[in-house]
Design a protein around this ligand. Structure first.
Ligand code: CTP
Ligand code: MG
Length: 482
């Protein structure tokens, strides 16, 4: 059986006798700075890790470090014997005060193995002391259950050294229509726009990702960069990508209906689909950013009018994509003819972006999918709402795909992920930023996506907050399908 991943950030308190493998376990899973070890602090304030005379100073420091890190919402691993109930409770209280999940990890390493490891150490713990620790562990394990930890994990001896095996997503979760699409939301192309776009697209293809989605804005949005950074026009840029002859699916995520008349969007998407031989998707939404509308001289009506506009747009687009040229008289839109050539090569899914109740209703009634942020709270709310809207009109749930926008910090390893958090977080506290962006190595994201797919998500649109070079994209290969 594979352990569920540990919460992150979290307070993690290790409990086990000397030689149980606590430090080894922690080092395989956490950055050195995240681990607060009494042995290390004895070596800092005393003559070495076994300088027992330095224990009082070391533990005073340890408590201060735990308070400081948990106070900042940072992952903190307490590597001591963990057998003093008072200290455990203090640390637990600090985590509680900050809303950090608290996990106790108990090392049930058999006495014989602990003794053996102890004997071959530089400075063995006296045999009687060790036996006492093993006895106290039994009491500690019992007390832990009633102390109020969010999780009590038991590490069995055979898994004490190596990290738990990562679940590979089942092959079935990789089949047919779902996968990972790179959403490009920043364009640090220097002096070479075309070369940069080409390299990023080829890397996306090589990494086995399903496609590229482009954000549609007129000014770079504050979430993705600074206003003076380049932000190319959507359909021109998709046209460039279409010309590269990759197998990537292409489309906007999300295009506001306030930017272009719906017929023009229908024409652009049909053209893209025709010249690439299919695979286009169309993400559309009501638009949200007043500033870019004002700057470009575009009307920015009330939310209600924009959402009405979204409904009319979808009707218009579908009418123009449909076979034939006959007049169209729909619920909201009438057109004297629907002559639109080229037709899309295949079925172009319309994905409605937005988390509001009305956006979800529009998706359920008129869309082929909805796109929402990937966080748990949103999914817990949006998926049932979408399904209820489907039920209300008798539409099968599987007709409306759930897709998510995920903005992960992906590092080569935990250290690199953390370095990226420090670069990206701006004024946000590091712990908050790291949690929001699930900062971690790509294997963590693969597991997380496998869970999203299990939950009914069919595609993940992945936007790298620090996308810069093709190597950043190639590093996503474990998320690809090939
Ligand atoms: N070890 C091992 N196999 C494991 C875990 C540990 O061979 N699965 C070895 C380590 O290499 C080390 C010794 O056992 O030489 C003790 O492991 P360590 O992780 O240091 O144990 P701790 O529980 O941290 O011990 P202490 O409380 O003394 O720090
Ligand atoms: Mg240790």
């Amino acid at each position: 059986m594979v352990d569920a991943p540990l919460p992150d950030p979290a307070l993690v308190v290790l409990v086990g006798p000397s030689g149980a493998g606590k430090s080894t376990w922690a080092a395989a899973r956490f950055r050195a700075q995240e681990i607060v070890a009494s042995d290390d602090l004895r070596a800092v304030v005393g003559s070495g890790p076994s300088d027992l005379g330095a224990s009082a100073d070391a533990f005073e420091l340890l408590d201060r470090i735990v308070a400081a890190r948990t106070g900042r919402g940072l992952t903190t691993v307490v590597d001591t014997l963990g057998m003093e109930p008072e200290r455990r409770r203090r640390h637990l209280g600090l985590a509680r005060a900050r809303g950090l999940p608290a996990v106790a990890v108990v090392f049930e390493t058999p006495l014989a193995l602990v003794r053996h490891r102890n004997r071959i150490r530089d400075r063995p713990v006296p045999a009687g002391v060790l036996a006492g620790q093993v006895r106290r562990l039994v009491d500690a394990a019992a007390q832990l259950r009633s102390e109020g930890w969010d999780q009590v994990r038991v590490v069995a001896p055979e898994s004490a050294a190596s990290p738990p095996p990562r679940p590979r997503s089942a092959p079935s979760s990789r089949s047919h229509d779902f996968g990972v699409i790179l959403q490009v939301s920043r364009f640090p192309w220097g002096e070479e726009p075309l070369a940069w776009l080409t390299d990023i697209a080829r890397a996306t293809d090589e990494a086995g990702l399903q496609g590229i989605a482009l954000m549609d804005h007129l000014i770079q949005i504050p979430q993705a960069g600074r206003a003076w950074e380049p932000l190319p026009e959507l359909w021109v840029t998709l046209g460039v990508l279409a010309g590269l002859g990759t197998r990537l699916r292409l489309g906007p995520l999300v295009s506001p209906v306030t930017f272009r008349p719906a017929g023009i969007t229908a024409k652009a998407a049909a053209t893209l689909d025709a010249i690439t031989g299919g695979g286009t998707f169309l993400g559309i939404g009501a638009g949200w950013w007043a500033r870019e509308h004002a700057a470009y001289g575009l009307p920015f009506p009330s939310p209600k009018e924009r959402l009405d506009g979204l409904e009319s747009a979808i009707e218009t687009i579908r009418a123009l994509w449909a076979a034939g040229t006959k007049p169209y008289a729909g619920q909201r839109v009438s057109l004297p003819e629907t002559t639109g050539y080229p037709r899309p090569a295949g079925a172009v899914p319309i994905v409605v972006g937005g988390t509001g109740a009305r956006s979800l209703r529009v998706a359920a009634r008129l869309g082929d999918g909805c796109n929402v942020p990937s966080d748990d709270a949103t999914l817990e709310r949006a998926i049932p709402l979408l399904r209820a809207e489907c039920d209300a009109i008798g539409r099968p749930h599987e007709d409306v795909a759930v897709t998510v926008l995920d903005v992960p910090v992906v590092g080569r390893d935990r250290d690199d992920a953390w370095a990226r958090v420090e670069r990206l977080r701006g004024r946000a506290p590091a712990g908050t930023f790291a949690a929001r962006h699930h900062a971690g190595p790509v294997s963590d994201h693969r597991d997380r996506y496998a869970r999203l797919f299990e939950r009914g998500v069919s595609s993940v649109f992945l936007a790298l907050p620090d996308l810069s070079t093709p190597e950043d994209v190639l590093a996503l290969e474990p998320l690809g399908s090939s």
